[in-house]
Design a protein around this ligand. Sequence first.
Ligand code: ZN
Ligand code: ZN
Length: 350
Amino acid sequence: MLSYDVCECGAPLQRIERETPSPRGSEVVLRVIAAGVCHSDLHIWDGYYDIGGGQKLKLQDRGVKLPLTMGHENVGEVVAVGPDARGVSAGDIRLIHPWMGCGECVVCRRGEENLCVKPCSVGVHRSGGFATHLLVPHPRYLFDIGSLAPERAAPLACSGVTAYGALKKASDTIADEPVVMIGAGGVGLMALALHRKLGGKSAIMVDIDPAKREAALKAGATLAIDGAANDALDQIRAATGGGSWATIDFVGAGPTVKLGVDAAIKGGKVIVVGLYGGDVVVPTPFLPMRALTLQGSYVGSLNEIAELLDLVNRKGAPDVPVATRPLDQVNAALNDLRAGKVIGRLVMAP
Ligand SMILES: [Zn+2]
Ligand SMILES: [Zn+2]
């Protein structure tokens, strides 16, 4: 098999050849058909998250080891099945839930492996899909994609379930009130598409990039606000009738979280998804006086992947622009993403 691996933080991925793994026990080996390129790959590649004040959260201190094959949005064809793997057979096309935990703790047993304190995620802690083959420890991580095209299904594993998990946290208000979204990147556009399928009333997108605002309007946003405008906050308040009930921040920079907090109405929620980095000061009396909820949302659970695939198979694939590229262009794809040149999603096709 062939993979493109991070051997040194931030340096170009290197092409590595090794023996294709044979599945043991409950393991399953898949041939990768589609592997999405995600913004968090840039952080994993760099080896850190910016946590504000010049501080860095190093991934190598959190169990990430090099060399690493990144790629956590994968669809593959099952090519080999271990003797204890039930429910899948060679030839099956499956989406791989990448957010694996230890599989044994209480959190994992209730299906929220994405929140396990011993994460073992595909493309982060274990080998991912920027490769020709991928080994999965158990068939419970494999999901039938129904009639979806593999390159459309792959982004559901991260961008899709992340958007879905965040929207679910706003589900008490989205049918009656506009939802404010910050950041019209791949996940933001995915959220716009899913918001409509979930019966959302309307969505207001905030982004500092005019091309991304235009993409958001095309994707169904009722209004697109320039987050860098001096009166961005006033524009959000006017568009929401006095303040936002739910703001989902897909950027997660200090100023974007602050904008979300400032724009919240009494009883409103700010759901932070993006990992751009930075910090924010929230006056503590705001929390009780404005009954403010400041909540994080991290990818999604096994149940949420299943619900999302059900939704998409009933109501159609999210209409997010998807471009495919051959696997040997993965370095160029990552660089384009970093340079902000990607509208929608890039998917590597080995
Ligand atoms: Zn991702
Ligand atoms: Zn666990």
